[in-house]
Design a protein. Structure first.
Length: 153
């Protein structure tokens, strides 16, 4: 008997991206995960993230002008992003500290019930009551490490 996140614990969900008129693939996992977990329209979340991205202070790693887009990734460590998540009613729960190794995996029995936005390596994913909601099953058979998650009350 396996209690890993297998296909039965995965639901295809684009967060309303296609319905909002967006086409093709994008690195919009942050927008998708928030729209799903917070039960908000994709376009509303996209607009806020794109605004935040365009207005954020340039870092030494930025090249050229900031695009007003949420398609190419969002820096979830930025203050404006954390403020937005708090505004939506989310609370951050870190699950890993530097040097601690992985303590929580993308598995139903290692995550709390409720609506979560999980930060995993180079990806963000919505998990609702132990079920991954995304455009692909990113759990790696329950071995994928969760660095932390946003939990909405």
């Amino acid at each position: 008997e396996s209690n890993m996140l297998d296909n039965t614990n995965f639901t295809y969900n684009d967060g309303g991206r296609e319905a909002a008129g967006f086409k093709g693939n994008a690195s919009d996992c942050v927008c998708r995960a928030i729209a799903i977990a917070a039960d908000l329209p994709y376009q509303e979340v996209y607009t806020r993230l794109a605004d935040g991205n365009a207005k954020q202070r340039k870092s030494k790693h930025d090249k050229g002008k900031r695009a007003k887009s949420a398609n190419n990734g969002i820096s979830t460590t930025r203050k404006w992003f954390k403020d937005y998540m708090l505004e939506l009613g989310f609370t951050w729960v870190p699950t890993m500290t530097i040097g601690s190794g992985c303590k929580v995996h993308l598995k139903a029995d290692e995550l709390p019930d409720g609506r979560l936005v999980c930060n995993v390596s180079r990806h963000c994913v919505a998990v609702i009551d132990g079920v991954v909601h995304d455009t692909h099953d990113c759990a790696r058979d329950g071995t994928r490490c969760v660095y932390g998650y946003w939990h909405i009350a």
